[in-house]
Each structure stands twice: as C-alpha cells, then as structure tokens.
Design a binder for this molecule. Structure first.
Ligand code: NAP
Length: 243
C-alpha cells in the first residue's frame, strides 16, 4: 500500500534530493521542487516523480507549484542555505534578506499553502530542515543563525498551533553535511567550500534523509519534535575535530 504523497522542496541537490530518493524508495509518491529544472527533470525521471520548478522566495511560484500538487501527506521544507560569513558589523542587507526569504519565508509559504491538504490527508506531517545554526551562534554566522533560529521558533509555534489536529511537525537540525551548501555560501569558491570539511568526516545527505524518513514513518501518534544530528567529528556549531 502506498504511503501517500510527499512534497520535497530543495530537491535539486543535497539533503532534499537524498530525501526525495529515500522517501520514494520507502513507498511515497514524491513531488519535487527547486529552481534548477534540468536537475529536477532527471530526478523526476529517475523516481517517476512529479518535478516542477519552484522558487520559494516568490509567492506566485509557490502558488503555482502547490496548485499542481494533487494531495499531500508529508511536506519536507529542505530549500534553504547560507550566503556569506560576514560579521554583523559588515552585514550585507541583500544576503541577510535572501537567507531570511529562503529559509524562513519560503518554509512559511509552503507550509501555509499546503496545510489544508496536509490536514485533509488525515495524517499530515511537516518537516522543517533547520540546523545546529538554529541552536548555537558562531562568529560570522549572524545572518544564517538569525534565519535558522527563526525557523526553529516558527516550527515550535506551528507545533503549538496545530495541537489537536492530525498534523505532525518535526524539525531536523543537522550539523556539517557534505552538499553544495558551502559552495553556495562561498559563492562558488571551491577551495573555501572544501576547507569546511577538511580533515573531518561530515554527515552525508543520505544520513539526514534517513533521519527524515525515520520521523515520517513512525506511527501517527508519535511526533518526533526535534532531531539534532551532528557528525561524530563535530560537537558544536563551530567545534570541529580535524585530523
Ligand atoms: P544544497 O545542496 O545547496 O541544497 C539546497 C537546495 O535548496 C537546492 O536544491 C536548491 O535548489 C534549493 N533552493 C535554494 N534556494 C531556493 C529557492 N529560492 N527556491 C527553491 N529552492 C531553493 O544544500 P543542503 O545542505 O542540501 O541544504 C538543504 C537544507 O539543509 C537547507 O535548508 C540548509 O540550510 C540545511 N542545512 C544544511 C547543512 C549543511 O551542512 N549542508 C547543515 C544544516 C542545515 P535550486 O538552487 O535549484 O533552487
């Protein structure tokens, strides 16, 4: 028997892509969204999944995408990321705004729009991909910390507000995961991105996908509220053991 439809944002790369693959293997009908359509198309072909362009920072794009979603039991808000590592004193307005728009407003828009379908499924589940950066500030993390702290706050509020309705809410908060995250953060600078993982063993996107899949496949009375998942080589947002 199928497990219903799972919508995964940020599925053109990293955690979102691994999650789409893992949920599909588990038996979910998967609908994937992101901006890079070529990647989405090949993922869609691979999984037999519906793949549609989605820019979570544009309300009209979110509306269009969600209008084409036939039903939804699980929503995984994985679209997001960091831009730059400026200190607060040198904060770039555009970068901070983009991080807030993508991580926070993007997740709010997707959740708000799909909530009626999630509820109608009788066993809805919203998964927010937060971060250890939503728990621990670090030097140069200001804009991203602010965004992921906000994601965590909003996730908690949602859980409170949905109490008594058939929708679970989970935050998955990873530490360092080897994806395109650092390449995006350092604007394509491969050396700077690689240095983030130097001498340590980070999580893989599949490790995080496994946590998400675990959360959404518990019996419906079980709500995994938060999972903070770090590599063994990382004990805090900026505390990393390097060999
Ligand atoms: P990634 O490989 O860079 O993937 C980010 C995904 O988000 C891509 O599919 C990207 O697709 C999508 N995205 C970005 N802006 C978007 C927009 N405006 N509209 C729709 N999709 C958008 O990085 P990742 O590590 O998998 O990141 C996934 C989530 O995990 C993010 O929320 C990130 O903050 C969080 N996270 C990552 C780490 C880490 O160390 N990697 C740790 C903790 C939390 P397009 O560019 O094609 O739109």
């Amino acid at each position: 028997m199928g497990l219903g439809t799972a919508v995964v944002t940020g599925a053109s790369s990293g955690i979102g892509m691994a999650t789409a693959r893992r949920l599909s293997a588990e038996g979910f009908e998967v609908v994937v969204g992101a901006r890079r359509e070529d990647r989405l198309r090949s993922l869609g072909d691979e999984l037999g999944a519906r793949a549609m362009r989605l820019d979570v920072t544009h309300p009209a794009s979110v509306e269009r995408f969600c209008a084409a979603v036939p039903e939804c039991r699980v929503l995984v808000n994985a679209a997001g990321g960091a831009i730059g590592r400026d200190r607060v004193e040198g904060a770039n307005d555009d970068d901070w705004r983009r991080m807030y728009e993508t991580n926070v407003m993007g997740s709010v828009r997707m959740t708000r729009t799909l909530l009626p379908m999630l509820e109608a499924s009788g066993d809805g589940h919203v998964v927010m991909v937060g971060s250890i950066a939503g728990y621990e500030p670090y030097v140069g993390g200001g804009g991203y910390n602010a965004a992921k702290f906000a994601v965590r706050a909003m996730t908690k509020v949602l859980r409170l507000e949905l109490l008594g309705r058939p929708i679970r809410v989970t935050e998955i908060a990873p530490g360092l995961v080897r994806t395109e995250f650092s390449l995006v953060r350092f604007r394509g600078d491969e050396r700077a991105a690689e240095a983030v993982y130097e001498g340590m063993t980070p999580l893989t996107p599949e490790d995080v996908a496994e946590c998400i899949t675990f959360s959404v496949t518990r019996p419906s009375h079980v709500n995994i509220d938060t999972l903070v998942v770090l590599a063994r080589d990382q004990s805090g947002a900026a505390t990393v053991h390097r060999r």
